[in-house]
Ligand binder design. Structure first.
Ligand code: G
Ligand code: G
Ligand code: MN
Ligand code: NA
Length: 251
């Protein structure tokens, strides 16, 4: 309860900050996208990671105003970074935001206000949105009609991924980092990663690997023609200032 009150107050006091993690094309060695990741800049406790407050924000419904705040901040920021409409912005989207009936109009308003090209926005969803499949498909179709891209985050970690993938209009798959961490030592993980990449290629869905931490994992992925990479090897999530340094170097 204490933390809930604090979360509410933090939103009013503007204590949240968006960090940015670059996504690279390993063929060109260029930044092709960025994932927005929220942090809580707590006045006493310092920088708090999302694992410590996102679950509570979900439980209390505060994820809706917080998520909208993240989306608006990231869109305004990323607009400034577009030189030739070349950076895809990914924003995590929770099931509760998705179920909110105002979602479409809220997103439209945020994009219009910032004059942001909707096709440069990717919403990262998880299978948890699928509680009401028909409703989810309708919302996804509306988003796609606007030009917005849909990415399936944490792919492979929950049940019914393939059924979900078949039903939902998905543009992008993100291979969950839990498969990447042991991919060089665990032949089962290696087989799963190979299968996901191959399936995505056959279905004409873009595939990105996250949690890439070393060169061996990188060349494993390159061999499989998985050319979109996100991970600590290239950069952790960083502040606006530090992301701008990366942009200078890698665009
Ligand atoms: O940045 P970090 O790895 O600590 O993020 C941990 C988790 O928090 C990730 O699963 C990520 O999806 C989630 N997360 C980070 N920012 C947001 C956000 O703005 N909205 C939602 N819904 N989840 C977020
Ligand atoms: O679940 P989601 O994909 O939204 O989680 C994204 C988070 O994953 C980022 O916020 C980041 O902190 C974390 N992350 C990104 N790259 C790596 C990595 O290479 N290794 C580990 N352990 N975590 C990573
Ligand atoms: Mn994500
Ligand atoms: Na993920």
């Amino acid at each position: 309860l204490q933390l809930e009150t604090e979360l509410r107050r933090a939103l009013e006091r503007n204590e949240f900050e968006v960090y940015y993690q670059p996504q690279f094309n390993t063929n060109t060695n260029e930044i092709i996208g960025v994932e927005a990741l929220v942090r809580w800049n707590h006045p006493e406790r310092g920088m708090i990671q999302p694992v410590h407050f996102i679950p509570l924000a979900e439980e209390t419904g505060l994820i809706v105003p917080l998520g909208n705040w993240v989306l608006r901040s990231a869109v305004i920021q990323c607009k400034k970074w577009q030189k030739s409409d070349s950076i895809q912005l990914s924003v995590n989207f929770s099931a509760l935001q998705f179920q909110n009936p105002t979602i479409i109009s809220v997103i439209k308003e945020i994009l219009d206000e910032a004059d942001f090209n909707p096709s440069l926005l990717t919403l990262e969803i998880t299978e948890s949105i699928a509680m009401d499949v028909d409703y989810s498909i309708e919302v996804l179709r509306n988003l796609k009609t606007m030009g917005i891209k849909i990415s399936m985050d944490d792919f492979g970690t929950k049940y019914s991924s393939l059924g979900f993938l078949k039903k939902m209009p998905i543009d992008h798959l993100k291979i969950d980092r839990s498969f990447m961490s042991n991919v060089m030592y665990d032949s089962d993980d290696a087989a799963i990663v190979k299968a996901i990449i191959s399936m995505a290629h056959s279905l004409n869905i873009n595939v990105i690997a996250e949690g890439v931490e070393d060169e061996n994992q990188l060349s494993f992925l390159k061999d499989l023609k998985c050319n979109e990479i996100q991970g600590f090897l290239l950069s952790p999530p960083v502040s606006v200032e530090n992301f701008e340094v990366l942009l200078q170097k890698y665009t």
